[in-house]
Write a protein that binds this ligand. Sequence first.
Ligand SMILES: Nc1ncnc2c1ncn2[C@@H]1O[C@H](COP(=O)(O)OP(=O)(O)OP(=O)(O)O)[C@@H](O)[C@H]1O
Ligand SMILES: [Mg+2]
Length: 295
Amino acid sequence: MLSGLRKSYGPIEAVRGVDLAIAPGETVALLGPNGAGKSTTIDLMLGLARPDAGSVSLFGLAPADAVASGLVGGMLQTGSLVEHLSVRELVAVVASLYPDPLPVDEVLDTTGAAAYADQQTTKLSGGQTQRVRFALALVANPDLLVLDEPTAALDVEARRDFWATMRGVASGGKTIVFATHYLEEADAYADRVVLLVRGQVVADGPATEIKARVGGRTIRATLPSIDLAEVCTLPGVVTADRRGDAIVLSCSNSDAALRALLEDFPAARDIEVRGAGLEEAFLEFVTDGRGVPAP
Ligand SMILES: Nc1ncnc2c1ncn2[C@@H]1O[C@H](COP(=O)(O)OP(=O)(O)OP(=O)(O)O)[C@@H](O)[C@H]1O
Ligand SMILES: [Mg+2]
C-alpha cells in the first residue's frame, strides 16, 4: 500500500504523488521509460529511501520491518554481491537471517544458480549475478517479491527461464511487483500494469488494456490533397495528422487501417508501418491531455 508518495533528489522530483494498493497474489508491472521513477518507487517500497511525503505500508508494517521479518524480498537494479564467498555460502548466509527461509539448494535449483554454486561471487557474469540476486530475494520465502528490472542482464533463453520460474512463484500465491521498460514483458507476465511517467502514475489497469492504449502502430504514407477527416474514419485509425505531403495515422489496428487505406486511397505511396516505441507512446500519453502535464 503506497499513498501520496513523493521523493525529490535536489531539484529533481523523482516520484510525484504515487498511490498504489496491491492485492495479495497480484503480479504488477511498473512500466516506464528511463528516469520515470520506477527504481525510486521500489527503493521507497523496500525502505531503502525515505519519502519526502506520503507513506508505504506492507502487510501493515513499515517497509524496513517487513523486509527484516522476511515478508518482503527485494532485488535491486544495482549493487554488487558480497565478496569472498561462494554463491552457495552467500545464499546460505542470507537465508540464516530470516525466520522461515527456503532450503538453500532448492533456491539454487529454481533460480538456475546451482550450476555455479561453488564459484566466488566476484567471478560471475552479469546474467549469473542477476540470478544470484534473484536467489537472494527468494530465499527468505517472502510473500511479496519486489524486483527492479530483473531480466536486464539476461539473454533470451535466460529471460525465458527466469519468467518460467516466476510463473511458478506467482502460482504459489506470492505477490510480485517488478519494474520493466518492456511493454511485451509487462503484457506477458503481469496481471496489472502501472504506467509511470515523470514520477506519476498515468495509467493503471489490466496489461491488455494498457497495451491497447500504448502499443498502437503508426502508418505513414505520401498522400497529398486529401481530406484528413476522411482518412480518420477508416477502420482501425485513431488519429490522422498531415506532415507536408504525407499523412500519419495512429492506429489501434494497423492491419485493418492499411487494407482500407489502399482500397480507398490507391494513390497512397511510400507507405511505412511502425510500432510506436514505448517512449513515444508515453510521450503521447503525456502530451495529449490523457496523462500528466510536462513539468
Ligand atoms: N540517488 C539519486 N540522486 C539524484 N537523483 C536521482 C537519484 N536516484 C534517482 N535520481 C533521479 O530521479 C529520477 C528517477 O530515477 P529512477 O532511477 O527512479 O528512474 P527509473 O524509472 O528507475 O529509470 P531506469 O529505467 O533508467 O532505471 C531520475 O531523473 C534520476 O536522475
Ligand atoms: Mg530504474
